[in-house]
Design a protein. Structure first.
Length: 399
């Protein structure tokens, strides 16, 4: 079994825009628990089937993380570059507002950001896209506002909100390196993507001493010469100054510039697809020169490619694991009895992700199965708590 996408989604809400005619969907994969969480994306060509797969993956993230919530996803089939995007989001979110009030905890996803989604919420009279969390976590307005405000707290080069998903990817890489017996200071990582997820992962991996030897955006790849790591702080600084994508080669004298396919040719310890779906297909899987893959992007590796990589003894950390940083950050933010700091939330993501990855890889090795199959078995064994708060302190969690 590749995912739990074979299961029928418990709730599908289809939206047809009265002004422009585009379609949108809210999918709640399971209604076992009181809360369902997952991001909203804006993607041209988006289909209901894709939203269903993404929602199913979100449920797996919740299960393997031991979070007492279910998976959801929403999105509109719309050009993210259109000047009408914000109004299109407003109309769609207005239609699904009742679910956001009661059950659906929304987050940013492809081509959306927390500030723009929260701006729509304010127009709709909701305090936050996380409004359902306050209700189901039984937090009063003041406590909810204090914790939610932490997402905008400075944390390293960015805010907690911008780093939280990348923290899960970085922790997955570090746990995998430990499993492979490679120290962070000797490790090399190539990352496909340089949006928020990839940038957060790059920052935290660089902070841990890992050498980032390649990055790619939609148009180009930037890769190191003679193993010299890329200047991640400079690249992140250019991003913070409003530059789009990766800055030109002349500003990186120890790096070279090529087309965006070059990223697949770089020898590295871990390759991180952190941008698009189906980034690693059969052809890439047969040729890639990495010791492991950590899937930051959802559905980043095709089923056929994953089978090829497993046959090549290249472990793939699936998206349901490497992509759980956002979900775990919510647990670290809203679960503790007292208000945490931003660094404590990131530490929670790091510690718990590493534990999950280690358990999955050990089981994969012991039972001679792929990491994904090991993860799915762990998910199937996870106890469910339909009447519980979604996020509980670690001390109250039962293994």
């Amino acid at each position: 079994m590749f995912t739990n996408a074979e299961k029928e989604s418990d709730l599908i809400v289809e939206y047809t825009d009265p002004l422009e005619g585009f379609k949108g969907w809210l999918v709640i994969d399971s209604m076992t628990h009181k809360l369902a969480a997952g991001g909203l994306r804006v993607q041209q060509g988006l289909t209901c089937e894709c939203v269903q797969r993404l929602a199913a993956t979100m449920t797996l993230k919740m299960r393997i993380a031991g979070i007492r919530a279910d998976g959801a996803k929403s999105g509109i089939d719309y050009d993210p570059g259109s000047p009408g995007k914000q109004e299109a989001l407003f109309r769609f979110m207005r239609a699904i507002k009742p679910y956001m009030e009661e059950r659906y905890s929304m987050g940013p996803d492809l081509n959306t950001t927390m500030p723009e989604l929260d701006a729509v919420c304010q127009r709709l009279g909701l305090p936050s896209i996380k409004n359902a969390v306050a209700r189901n976590q039984q937090l009063d307005n003041e406590a909810f506002a204090q914790r939610t405000a932490l997402l905008a707290a400075p944390c390293g080069h960015a805010t907690l909100g911008r780093l939280r998903s990348g923290a899960g990817v970085a922790a997955s890489c570090l746990a995998t390196l430990d499993f492979l017996g490679i120290s962070p200071q000797k490790a090399t990582v190539a990352i496909q993507g340089f949006g928020g997820l990839a940038a957060g992962a790059a920052y935290l991996l660089h902070r841990a001493g890992v050498r980032i030897v390649g990055l790619a955006d939609r148009e180009k790849s930037l890769f190191s010469i003679n193993g010299t790591p890329l200047d991640i702080p400079a690249l992140l600084s250019s991003q913070d100054n409003g530059e789009k994508g990766i800055i030109p080669t002349e500003e990186n004298p120890k790096a070279a510039y090529s087309d965006n396919q070059k990223i697949y040719d770089l020898p590295c310890d871990i390759f991180v697809p952190a941008a698009i779906e189906k980034a690693i297909d059969k052809e890439v899987a047969e040729q890639i020169q990495a010791k492991a893959i950590a899937c930051g992007a959802n559905l980043a590796v095709t089923e056929e490619a994953e089978q090829i990589l497993h046959a090549r003894a290249i472990p793939v950390i699936p998206d349901m694991v490497a992509g759980c940083g956002g979900s775990l950050s919510m647990e670290g933010l809203y679960g503790p009895d007292t208000l945490p700091t931003a660094e404590e939330v990131l530490h929670h993501v790091d510690r718990k992700t590493r534990n999950i990855v280690t358990a999955m890889l050990q089981r994969s090795e012991q039972e001679h199965i792929s990491p994904r199959e090991a993860a799915l078995r762990i998910c199937a064994e996870t106890r469910l708590y339909p009447d519980s708060k979604p996020y509980v302190p670690l001390a109250e969690q039962i293994a």
